[in-house]
Design a protein around this ligand. Structure first.
Ligand code: PDD
Length: 303
């Protein structure tokens, strides 16, 4: 079978290594992925993204639990152990010099004959991409971002379940393309009932008065690790928080709105479809929840 070449350790001349790729535990130019890999052919893969703080992958256990759940949902078995997986992740982190790293773990069903039948796959391919992640622009957090609501629907749970973090992101890619065309930061996707699900790679929240609301998992969305963490720490901090269906009208009438993800943490949304949210500036509740989240991250790192 032909091999598709790739890169493994990438540094800008004379500077620290910026990117490390591990393929099936190998970080060298001999490692490769076949063009017959089902991840490449069909998006037949699952993945996770976590961020390191001081070189520690944040909530790695939670991410790996979700990776295993995603794999189970698409009847994919792993040909490696969790310990081997953690070892490979740590190897990548060690080779990178920065403290703040983007870690992407991809597991495909593997290569085989061109045939949709999953049993055509022989053995998983495990790819870990690590790269130094510079801080995101401060303006995202201080000034907020503008979003659109796209016409492209998030899948029904009876289709490729959005709760599974799989390699099938084409709806989201198209939604993001529409956002970029309209000069927006990103797009919010609805379900077939017309309710808000999530952003293309983030969860969505609104604030009504002092109440935090995010759509329920049933709306058809990824159970974000940041979302789950915020639900937990918000109630621990005696904040009112709830999972409820949110229509686009309700979202646009909210006092505040924000998105959440492992890499972006909490980003205030100040307008949707050119309609200002609340005062059209990042709201006080969003900012204070972000402070609580940052404190939680720092405390978790000490443990
Ligand atoms: N995206 N929804 C979708 C569709 C996502 O792809 C993600 C994560 C989230 C937020 O999940 P978490 O809080 O666990 O990061 C919600 C990652 C960051 C990515 O694909 O890059």
């Amino acid at each position: 079978m032909k091999k598709l070449g790739t890169f493994f350790l990438k540094a800008t001349k004379g500077l620290a290594i910026k990117e490390v790729v591990s393929i099936n535990g190998q970080i060298d130019s001999k490692a490769a992925i076949s063009v017959f890999d089902r991840g490449f052919l069909y998006g037949d893969s699952v993945y996770e993204v976590t961020l390191t703080y001081n070189k520690i992958p944040f909530l790695l256990d939670e991410h790996l639990d979700r990776l295993y759940r995603s794999a189970r949902s698409i009847h994919m078995e792993f040909s490696f152990s969790r310990e081997e997986l953690i070892k490979d992740i740590n190897n990548v982190i060690e080779k990178l010099e920065g403290d703040r790293q983007y870690i992407r773990v991809i597991v495909t069903r593997g290569a085989g004959e061109i045939n949709l039948d999953p049993s055509a796959a022989t053995k998983n391919n495990l790819v870990i991409i690590g790269r130094n992640l510079p801080e995101y622009p401060i303006s995202w957090y201080e000034k907020g971002v503008s979003m659109i609501i796209t016409d492209i629907l998030r899948n029904s749970k009876r289709s490729m379940d959005p709760g599974v973090k799989s390699g099938n992101y084409l709806n989201n890619v198209l939604a993001m393309a529409e956002a970029k065309e309209k000069k927006a930061f990103d797009a919010i996707m609805l379900n077939y009932k017309g309710n808000i699900t999530e952003g293309t790679t983030s969860n969505i929240w609104i604030v009504e008065g002092s109440r935090f609301v995010t759509p329920p998992l049933d709306a058809g969305l990824l159970g974000g690790i940041t979302r789950k963490t915020l639900l937990l720490i918000a109630s621990k901090n005696n904040l009112s928080v709830s999972e409820e269906n949110i229509s686009p009208e309700r979202l646009k009438a909210a006092d505040e709105c924000f998105l959440t993800s492992s890499t972006k943490e909490i980003v205030p949304i100040i307008s949707v479809d050119d309609c200002p949210i609340g005062t059209g500036t990042p709201g006080p509740h969003t900012k204070s929840l972000h402070k609580i989240y940052k404190k939680f991250v720092q405390e978790s790192l000490k443990k």
